[in-house]
Design a protein around this ligand. Structure first.
Ligand code: IMP
Length: 200
């Protein structure tokens, strides 16, 4: 020993115990985020017009709308379905693709507009923006590729789950257990990247 104190390692976000604020009031989303991050998270209702051209732009807009205090970090996500033969639609307008936007209406409208499409490739995309107390903003993304099936299948999940079958699987997301869907999904993948980012 040379008598000097060891150089302290920088503390990780978990060790510093920063509070995580999530821009959502959706309890389902909050629970999923908390479970995957292994952290307690707090929901925060915000109102912004999600009129960005990309998922990233909308996630950043939402996260900037949260005023964080010292010791807090904020998270916001935006996600949706992009269908190849529709040139990426419904995309950022996924939630508003049918009126009223019930899961059944969204799926029926999608199958309807895809009647003439022989190529059925599609992907779910999720962008998560994180705002740190020092003003930095980072974005992580998760993508799951798959196909749009010919008919609505399964009763679990939400949104377009009954018409999306991920590559390499026979079941649609709506036919899978929530745990299985979380392992494969765009949101699950983005959250795993976020967990990695927060532990660095
Ligand atoms: P938001 O990111 O919560 O605004 O979701 C946008 C829309 O994309 C939702 O309303 C759904 O219609 C669709 N969507 C996003 N993620 C999923 C998913 O995991 N399954 C099915 N539909 C989804």
């Amino acid at each position: 020993m040379n008598g000097r104190r060891p150089h302290p390692q920088p503390l990780s976000q978990r060790e510093r115990g920063e509070k995580i604020i999530v821009a959502t009031t959706n309890q389902h989303k909050l629970r999923e985020i908390g479970e995957i991050l292994g952290r307690r998270v707090t929901g925060h209702g915000i109102r912004v017009r999600e009129n960005g051209k990309t998922f990233e732009a909308n996630a950043i807009k939402k996260v900037k709308a949260i005023k964080i205090k010292p010791g807090e970090i904020a998270i916001a996500d935006d996600s949706g379905l992009m269908v190849n033969c529709l040139n990426g639609k419904p995309g950022v307008k996924s939630a508003r693709f049918a009126t009223p936007p019930t899961p059944e209406n969204l799926c029926r409208k999608l199958l309807n507009v895809m009647r003439a499409c022989r190529a059925r490739g599609a992907k779910f995309v999720c962008a998560i923006a994180v705002a740190f107390p020092d003003g930095r903003i980072r974005v992580v993304k998760g993508i799951v590729h798959g196909r749009i099936v010919a008919e609505i299948r399964g009763g679990k999940g939400f949104g377009y789950d009954p018409v999306f079958r991920p590559c390499g699987y026979q079941k649609t997301f709506a036919e899978m257990s929530p745990a299985m869907k979380n392992r494969l999904s765009h949101r699950g993948l983005a959250l795993k990247k976020l967990k990695q980012l927060l532990s660095n």
